[in-house]
Design a protein around this ligand. Structure first.
Ligand code: 5AD
Ligand code: SF4
Length: 486
């Protein structure tokens, strides 16, 4: 699902900047990749849009290209191959990619031999038509076809347009060890499943990313262990709906559930933090909550998209839960995991939404007091159930007014939630220098709140006890009291 994403993604600092802003000429500009055994003298540049899953997919693509001898560049003008890993979740996401392609058209006039590839959800959604609409594109490749990228590059070098948008029921890239692009060396994403079978009526993901399939639990644990051995201290397990993770051992036929997988990863080391995203209210079990309670290193934070507070709208969205059920899940979290951070996704102005439905969304927000939310105006996506069944009948003006109300209320709640942390001490895993000043470090609490504090003797990767002294609606500020593990 989503722009969850949305959290601060390190990768973006290297590869998701507008081209003009990319840090040209810096040390990172040419990066021989860790899995490269041979170097072919060619360079690729990759930019990612959308969800965390897409950013992690770019790391898989980088690994596949590294094995072929490619090096990464963050200066697209030096690249032989420019890749855009795209998102289709809302119309605006696609518009951003189209405008990026316009910039690249000028570059390609100067350097016509540069190949341009469109990866990800837009490639899958638009398929061949993308090549007709966007003349400068040479390669179109969907999320399940990245292994065929080298073959497609060869085809495109021969002057042909190359396309592979086959979706798979099996592909999980389990054996591909992602190259960590622009990593802070502390936190990394690990994909545990691909695709989605839920068919929420507004959502294009089941069409662009295909059927749900779970990756081998062993390969997940091995990847997390490898990250820990290399000094990483936090992994985020990624799936569109992690609660429906289910992997069957090919020989013993024993199944591993998400709660069991979580436990396996948590047991790697008490010093490895485990996060996950995204949970689905219909599938999130108490087992998962009890496993979270059992391990200090499983972060007490749940992203639980509500989408709407109105049972009638939820039914139209095909979310398969209602308001009461969702409230029951929040109560279970509060009871089993006191102090757990909770965030959500909300869509304003879905088809047929009335003022009363909207009021129910606001009242749900009042009930939960989310720590954080990703909030969107409904954007009709061609081919989805909603596009086929329901008219997009809430005028833009009303959609936007409702969205602004939702955002304003969430800002109040985020501030209240952060204010409640002032005066308390939290364990923070240090990630990097603060954006504002090199004198400060930043890292997250268990509850996924960003904390900024003076550097002192601390470094990225340290666990530090921090006393919170002040806050805004976006972050906490404090002072370090000492190492968590002396
Ligand atoms: N319009 C607006 N928001 C959408 N989302 C998914 N599809 C749409 C759409 N068509 C939002 C949902 C989802 C998040 C990732 O993006 O809130 O949880
Ligand atoms: Fe889309 Fe629903 Fe699947 Fe999330 S759970 S990716 S919103 S269909």
């Amino acid at each position: 699902m989503q722009q969850h994403t949305h959290t601060d993604i390190n990768l973006s600092e290297l590869i998701n900047k507008p081209l003009e802003e990319s840090r040209q000429g810096e040390a990172l500009a040419e990066l021989p990749l860790e899995t490269a055994t041979i170097v072919n003298g060619r360079h690729f540049y990759i930019e990612s849009y959308g969800c965390q899953m897409n950013f992690n997919d770019s790391e898989i693509v980088a690994s596949i290209l590294a094995t072929e001898g490619y090096s990464l560049t963050n200066n697209y003008e030096n690249a032989d191959l420019i890749l855009l890993n795209t998102c289709s979740i809302r119309e605006k996401a696609e518009e951003r990619v189209r405008s990026r392609l316009k910039t690249l058209t000028q570059m390609k006039r100067k350097k016509p031999q540069t190949l341009i590839g469109i990866l990800g959800c837009m490639a899958e959604r638009l398929k061949k038509s993308l090549l007709e609409q966007e003349q400068i594109v040479d390669i179109v490749i969907g999320p399940d076809s990245y292994r065929s990228l080298p073959a497609l590059i060869a085809e495109a070098e021969g002057g042909q347009k190359a396309v592979n948008v086959l979706l798979s029921r099996e592909e999980t890239y389990a054996d591909v060890n992602p190259v960590r692009l622009d990593s802070n060396g502390v936190s990394a994403f690990v994909s545990i499943m691909r695709g989605c079978d839920n068919m929420c009526s507004f959502c294009v993901v089941p069409f662009t990313r295909g059927r749900e399939r779970s990756r081998s639990a062993y390969s997940i644990v091995a990847e997390a262990q490898n990250l820990f051995d290399r000094g990483y201290r936090e992994v985020t397990l990624l799936g569109q709906n992690v609660d429906s993770y289910k992997w069957q051992h090919p020989e013993t036929e024993q199944t591993t559930t998400f709660a069991q997988l979580l436990e396996m990863v948590a047991q790697i080391s008490p010093l490895l933090r485990v996060r996950f995203s995204t949970s689905h209210p219909k599938d999130m079990t108490n087992d998962v909550l009890h496993t979270m309670a059992k391990y200090r290193n499983i972060c007490k934070y749940i992203h639980l998209p509500v989408q709407s507070g109105s049972s009638r709208v939820l039914q139209q969205m095909n979310r398969t839960y209602d308001r009461q059920w969702y409230i029951g899940r929040i109560e279970a979290i509060r009871q089993i995991l006191p102090g757990c951070g909770i965030s959500t996704d909300i869509i304003a102005g879905f088809c047929t939404e009335t003022d009363d439905d909207h009021a129910e969304t606001l009242s749900m927000m009042e009930y939960v007091h989310y720590d954080m939310a990703y909030m969107f105006a409904y954007s009709e996506r061609p081919g989805t159930l909603a596009a086929r069944r329901y008219p997009d009948d809430v005028p833009d003006e009303i959609k936007n007014r409702r969205l602004q109300q939702i955002i304003a209320l969430q800002n109040q709640h985020s501030l209240l939630r952060n204010q409640a942390d002032v005066g308390k001490v939290f364990t923070v895993l240090v990630e990097k220098n603060s954006k504002r000043s090199d004198k400060d470090l930043c890292g997250r609490t268990d509850q996924n709140k960003m904390v900024v504090f003076p550097r002192g003797q601390y470094q990225p990767g340290d666990y530090v006890e921090v006393l919170i002294e002040s806050c805004t609606s976006a972050s906490l500020k404090g002072k370090a009291l000492g190492y968590t593990y002396p």
